[in-house]
Design a protein around this ligand. Sequence first.
Ligand code: NAD
Length: 509
Amino acid sequence: MNPIQTEDSTRELRARTEGLLRALGAKTPEPGELSARTPITGGELLTLRPSSAAEVDAAVERAAAAFRDWRTVPAPQRAAVVRRLAQLLVEHQDELGELVTLEAGKIGAEARGEVQEMIDICEFALGLSRQLYGRTMPSERPGHRLMETWHPLGVVGVISAFNFPVAVWAWNTALALVCGDTVVWKPSDMTPLTALACHSLVQRAAVEVGANPEVHQLIQGGGEVGAQLVGDSRVALVSATGSVRMGQIVAPRVAERFGRCLLELGGNNAAVVTPSADLDLAARGIVFAAAGTAGQRCTSLRRLIVHADVVGPLVERISSAYRQLRVGNPLADGVLVGPLINGRSYTAMQEALARAQADGGELICGGERVEGFGDDAFYVRPAIVRMPAQTAVVREETFAPILYVLTYHDLDAAIELHNGVPQGLSSAIFTRNQRDAERFLAADGSDCGIANVNIGTSGAEIGGAFGGEKQTGGGRESGSDSWKAYMRRATNTVNYSTELPLAQGIRFE
Ligand code: NAD
């Protein structure tokens, strides 16, 4: 373990943060009521002023004004901003990664990985800028051409969660900019500093390639600042990432004004392990998915549905790996599990564990707080709980490292258990039986937006569309044809004949 002397450490982390912000080109913010803390010690790094209502209004106005010209810049030219952003991210990968560790508590490898994901999506968007294809369909009328064209949509309001403070922004922003939209970003009020750094990088990228830096705006604050953005009818698309609770407020507000919504909400992800599974491989995949990022990924593995014949040996493998996991300061080498974001998460975890045990769950290992990091820092050992049934607490997303283990005898029953939760983000099956794998991926198999075979539920690549069903919100971001959410489609019919035939053979003479 690597105990931290909290006061000295916070002072040192503050100095480190200021140095990183400078290296990333971000000005030290004006002090204010918004407190940027580090979960490493729970101490305050800096304070900022949240955006006032007038500032939010002005940011949307600037983004709307910038859109008027930006939409007519050819897409491959718009991509120059994203190309430059990717170069800056490569140059500053370590610094931005470290800032993510300081502010969100991710271990170094995962924080660097998050920045790598930003670079990957920029490269994807760069190629996409020459592939915003529309179709041409055969017209039923002679001398006519029928086609569709894709046009920029407008201002995109991006609301992001604390646990992916930079990658989710990049998924949205790289695509939105290439698609001809402008962006107003409201990051989590728990991660305002990484947002300052990203804003400064994208502004610099725009200026250096001769584009208008007003295409990207940053506003800071909590839910009330987000709510103003959501209610603003100049914002064509609200792309919101966070809890189901937040989505339930945001979706009706956007629908009321007929805006568009892209929702990436909570998950309650499960893996099914069949009797034929390679248990060593399964255990490795499960440990990373369940304990990695201290269980604070939307795709974290929360439920394990294991065939009765293999549950004993599998749980044995996982719990012995859990006992060896180093929990501690995410800046230290060899640490695999960093802190929870704050005391609220710790309380939520303890409450969930108590409820699970009251429901007859058996705590196999973990759940206890790891001491030595001060009163305001919350480090926990990842927990495994064997459950007799999928009770209410198991059907909820607790944003902490708890893995509930359930047992099955028949694959149909396993799939029913798997789908028997309100969320529908990510899922996996571990098996060497192709029939079982195909059954899981079929129409009556997993009901999630992501369904994997022989890999865990977390750690998606940017090439595929990312998102989930049911209470996860139905949105798709990142790769494949997710770009269509950021554009509007026009159907065009062109008559190049001298006649005026009507569709459906209608005669109007
Ligand atoms: P959160 O819902 O508390 O906050 C998310 C964002 O929404 C923040 O920026 C917050 O300020 C804003 N917000 C809150 N209330 C709002 C309102 N009324 N109007 C507008 N904006 C509002 O979530 P969190 O604790 O930051 O993140 C964890 C949650 O996010 C988990 O549920 C996790 O599963 C989910 N998540 C989902 C994905 C995904 O892609 N599906 C990715 C990351 C996180």
